[in-house]
Write a protein that binds this ligand. Structure first.
Ligand code: DON
Length: 565
């Protein structure tokens, strides 16, 4: 619980600035659009599409440009998930999630009394899984891209070598991290100033070692990262500082094309990432539980709607804790969890006038019913109608705070997404058990939920957000804002959000989400309200309207930026 609050505090530090940017109106493009966390990255994607690239070429360009211009989450040293819908209607999902090193074991974060050692899974060299980003981008490009790797990586290399101008937000976040960066040689070099002074808005930020690493990848492909000089630098950094990575871990890493999940909600078909993301199953379960209700009539953020969605979320997160983990290691009952009859049955205990205490809610029994800060999300649609929805992360902001000395990039702290001890919440307050225990070579469970929605076979929405455990409830609310409450995509991402995750038994909400009457009513139902003084998620989404126009929603909670033509 302490850790959950620490994470909320981190989000507060990173995202406590006032809402800025356009709040009500989408930017509209005729041909192609990218919405991502930085202007430079969105522009890089559009540059590649203008050169004749497709959405996958653009996504790879955006991803590498984010690794340069958004160090808190953009990452070479992390992982993520990609959902692609080709213009021919086929859907593909790529898992480039990190893996536990081969020397990892289930009790590695516990002391001799079996107690969790505070911070070990979140900070420093033991916190990292084997990174998947570079393999993922190359795998996606090889199969679906049209341009060479060195072409799509060119904008990123340029931005690292020649520098980019720091936003006030990035400068402030780096300054707040100074003491933690200073504890690791590489991070001290790359992310603090030698004289201890502050980074300032507009300052040129050059990353020469990162540019060289990117160049090696552009020249040698996978081997530019998982072998040769970059691999030597990673293994040395880890082994000299108490980490457990080996060359074998790096050589073994492979991203995996997984079978996409598909859920029907009214006339929408929602395409989602399966495990090891919990997001796809969670959104599917939520939609199956919500479908019998008339949300449109209940009204946007009315007490009845908030109560219903909260009770749905509570039950879904309880299932997540029990049943979800890496499908290569644990038999996730995905078909059973996504059975409408099972989900309707789980709502039998729903009382429209009373909150169900979380202590009384456990996971369901899907088999018997027989029959899923700092992360970043971007969305791309190209002129042929291909769409990419990609969420990627180092886990919390700047990951483990360890940079690879000589390599110029930060490492993830994704190991904390495993259940490091049954019953002990991770930094997002999420619980887990056997399904998500640490095992060598296993992928840690994720909440990242890149999503694509079609209707009558037509691309309609590209959705996603960061936010740890709040990702699924945010994606759900953005979807419902559009599908049920008549908002355009910019309004849908800007609208205030709420969140409940079963444990802790609290209904969190952003500033200005509920008026006094709604709060009173929610308390009368029995919900424990927990106002957040900061923001939930950064949803960067796209809607293609019936006229084929591409409408963008850049979340005003950050420096998110839509570009297009
Ligand atoms: O994969 C996950 O679920 C987490 N590592 C995501 C972390 C995250 O979104 C933090 N961002 N705010």
């Amino acid at each position: 619980m302490k850790k959950f609050h620490a994470c909320l505090l981190l989000s507060l530090l990173l995202f406590s600035a006032p809402v800025q940017g356009q709040v009500g109106f989408p930017k509209i493009y005729a041909n192609a659009a990218v919405v991502s966390a930085t202007q430079e990255a969105s522009d890089a994607g559009i540059e590649i599409i203008r050169q004749g690239g497709n959405a996958v070429d653009a996504a790879v360009a955006v991803k590498f440009a984010l690794a340069v211009t958004f160090p808190a989450a953009g990452n070479l040293g992390g992982g993520g998930f990609l959902v692609l819908r080709s213009a021919d209607g086929s859907v593909h999902t790529l898992d480039f999630r990190e893996m536990a090193p081969l020397a990892a074991h289930r009790d590695m974060y516990l002391d001799e009394n079996g107690d969790v050692i505070d911070g070990l899974s979140t900070f420093g060299h033991l916190a990292s899984g084997v990174p998947g980003t570079v393999d993922g981008m190359i795998t996606a490009l090889d199969r679906f891209g049209t341009l060479p790797l060195e072409v799509v990586m060119e904008p990123a290399i340029r931005l690292a070598r020649d520098g980019f101008r720091l936003s006030w937000r990035e400068a402030a976040a780096l300054n707040r991290g100074r003491d933690r960066f200073a504890q690791f040689e590489g991070s001290r070099q790359y992310f603090t100033k030698a004289d201890g002074s502050d980074f300032t808005e507009g300052e040129l930020f050059v990353q020469a070692d990162l540019a060289r690493t990117l160049q090696r990848i552009a020249d040698e492909g996978r081997d530019g990262f998982y072998a040769g000089e970059t691999a030597d630098l990673m293994v040395r950094e880890m082994q000299e500082n108490g980490g457990i990575f080996t060359h074998e871990d790096l050589a073994n890493y492979r991203s995996v094309w997984r079978e996409p999940l598909q859920v029907q909600y009214r006339d929408y078909t929602v395409h989602l990432m399966g495990p090891p993301s919990s997001g796809g199953i969670a959104i599917g379960q939520m939609l199956q539980k919500l479908e019998p209700y008339n949300l449109e009539r209940m009204g946007y953020n009315s007490p009845e709607t908030v109560h219903l969605i909260t009770e749905v979320s509570r039950r879904v997160y309880a299932d997540r804790a029990e049943f979800l983990g890496d499908p290569d290691f644990y038999d996730v009952p995905r078909a059973e969890l996504l059975t409408p009859a099972y989900n309707r049955d789980r709502m039998r205990s729903f009382d429209p006038s009373r909150a169900t205490p979380s202590a009384e809610v456990s996971h369901g029994n899907p088999v018997a019913a027989s029959e899923s800060w700092n992360t970043t999300h971007f969305s791309v649609v190209d002129n042929d109608g291909n769409a990419v929805s990609l969420t990627t992360t180092l886990n919390s902001g700047y990951g483990s705070f360890v940079s690879i000395t000589g390599g110029g990039f930060l490492m993830n702290n994704e190991m904390d997404d495993f259940s490091i001890k049954p019953g002990v919440p991770n930094q997002f307050g999420l619980l887990g058990g056997e399904a998500n225990a640490v095992e060598p070579g296993k992928r840690m469970l994720s909440s990242m939920t890149p999503t694509i929605v079609t209707r009558d076979g037509r691309l309609e929405m590209v959705l996603g957000t960061p936010g740890g455990s709040t990702i699924m409830t945010t994606v759900l609310q953005v979807f419902l804002n559009i599908a049920e409450f008549g908002m355009n995509v910019q309004q849908a991402v800007a609208a205030p959000r709420f969140h409940h995750q079963w444990m802790p038994d609290r209904l969190y909400f952003e500033p200005y989400t509920f008026n006094k009457a709604t709060r009173d009513r929610l308390e009368w139902y029995g919900h424990e309200l927990s106002p957040r003084r900061f923001y939930t998620g950064q949803a960067n989404c796209i809607v293609v309207d019936e006229g084929g126009r591409i409408q963008t929603g850049a979340d005003p909670r950050g420096m998110n930026h839509a570009a297009g033509f």
